[in-house]
Design a protein around this ligand. Structure first.
Ligand code: GDP
Ligand code: IMO
Ligand code: MG
Length: 422
């Protein structure tokens, strides 16, 4: 393996956690470089379900080092809770976790502002995870954020926090929300800071040394291409760069040290939250939900579902330079026949081969479908591509071809064993 950036090629929840877990077997270090605890990465192993939010999914494998990079926004209270929960499940966390001192903090006023903005938007809401991600990145861009390095200096932190809470309480008051109590926040954040102190480091230096020693790094993307702040379906996006470039800026590892970009995509499409989803199909959603599938790992919300959208994944390949694809959840289509694949959009009588920038225009795009035969058989126990039904093989080949990248992994179930490497 080489240094690999793993990105979601759709709207998030593509099964990145599962694929990271499978690839970590061969990597040395796993890095999160953007997003926050809006992410929910599921890994099922030995009958236990782990949902990772801030801690890289590599933590589940012994001997691997996990890094929370400078581009991540960290809610220290949530991170401590997640670490304690992992420890309760028997996962060791010690020298195998590093947190960048440059990572920005998510504070309680970010969460309340996130919630209030959503409330005020009514039908136009984004459908955020309400984890305060947008306001935290907003403060970062406005150069008014607090960082892990501040939290490591209690006197300085308290002073900065007091000023920030004063400022944000007037915003909360204007929004009609309850004021935040400085003392409570200060106390709980300093307590969390104390617990996190042993893990805080200059992760840029750590990663550069690791590269010099020939270590292999896996960059665990969070969210997905169409939730990217620049390239996604703005404004129905998250607030970070979820595409490959984000792995560089969010970790301090330069572009020429990256060897490969792996795009993870479901064999169909899902989206949680508002915004256009051109191939949305209620019947397919009902079918998947009846099977107990496609409920959010972070918020428990039912995910919207639709057919595979090759216009979207082809564009994702362009933006992130996806070399290889991992197709997950193939088993979700086991008894669906025929299966539709979107190969183009139609907007005002014209054919489009890339998604339009404008959210309203994307909403008006009509998918142009190609139909393929289903396989009407279970794929969950297939260990090799040759064991997949012919129609399933044809399907994965076709969607990889339309995406414009080499097919390298097919996932036919949520466990480690249900991963086919090509
Ligand atoms: P992530 O955010 O990209 O890591 O994805 P999530 O964990 O939020 O959602 C993916 C869901 O699909 C989780 O429940 C996984 O356990 C599950 N999953 C991943 N790959 C497969 C697969 O090939 N088949 C099935 N049945 N489930 C899968
Ligand atoms: P993983 O890493 C799916 C969505 C939210 C909302 C929008 C903005 O598990 O794939 P935010 O809270 O970030 O301001 O919400 O982005 N969203 C995700 N959808 N998977 C995720 O992460 C997501 N993280 C955010 O539902 O539409
Ligand atoms: Mg998820």
């Amino acid at each position: 393996m080489a240094n690999t950036i793993l990105v979601g090629a759709q709207w998030g929840d593509e099964g990145k956690g599962k694929i990271i877990d499978a690839l970590t077997a061969k990597a040395d270090i796993v890095v999160r470089s953007q997003g926050g605890n809006n992410a929910g990465h599921t890994v099922i192993h030995d009958g236990t379900t782990y949902v990772l939010h801030l801690v890289p999914s590599g933590i589940l494998r012994r001997g691997k080092v996990c890094v929370i990079g400078n581009g991540v926004v960290v809610d220290p209270i949530a991170l401590v809770a997640e670490m304690e929960n992992l420890r309760r499940l028997g996962i060791r966390i010690g020298k195998n976790l590093l947190i960048s001192d440059c990572a920005h903090l998510v504070l309680p006023y970010h969460r309340v502002i996130d919630e209030q903005r959503e409330l005020r938007k009514g039908h136009a809401k984004i459908g955020t995870t309400k984890r305060g991600i947008g306001p935290a990145y907003g403060d970062k861009a406005a150069r008014t954020g607090l960082r892990i390095s501040d939290l490591m200096q209690p006197i300085l932190f308290s002073k900065k926090l007091q000023a920030k809470i004063r400022e944000n309480n007037s915003i909360l008051e204007a929004l009609g929300a309850k004021a935040i109590n400085y003392r409570e926040v200060n106390e709980s954040y300093l307590a969390a800071g104390k617990k996190l102190r042993p893990f805080v480091a200059n992760t840029v230096v750590y990663l550069h040394r690791a590269l010099q020693h020939g270590k292999e790094i896996l960059f665990e993307g969070a969210q997905g291409t169409f939730l990217d702040i620049d390239h996604g379906t703005y404004p129905y996006v998250t607030s970070s760069n979820t595409t490959a470039g984000g792995a560089c800026t969010g970790s301090g590892v330069p572009p020429h040290r990256m060897d490969r970009v792996l795009g993870v995509m479901k064999a169909y499409t899902t989206r949680v939250g508002e915004g256009a989803l051109p191939t949305e199909d209620r019947q397919l959603a009902q079918r998947l939900h009846k099977l107990g599938r496609e409920f959010g790992a972070t918020t428990g919300r039912a995910r919207r579902c639709g057919w595979f959208d090759a216009v979207a994944t082809r564009y994702a390949t362009m933006i992130s330079g996806i070399d290889e694809v991992a197709i997950t959840n193939l088993d979700g289509l086991d008894h669906v026949d025929p299966i539709r694949v979107c190969v183009g959009y139609r907007l005002n009588g014209k054919r489009l081969d890339v998604p339009p920038c404008d959210a309203a225009q994307l909403d008006n795009c009509e998918p142009i479908y190609e139909e393929m035969r289903g396989w009407n058989r279970s794929t969950g126990s297939s260990k090799k591509v040759s064991q997949l039904p012919l129609a399933a093989r044809n399907y994965v080949k076709r969607i990889a071809q339309l995406t414009g990248a080499r097919l390298s992994i097919v996932s036919v179930g949520p466990t480690r064993a249900q991963t086919i490497f090509l």
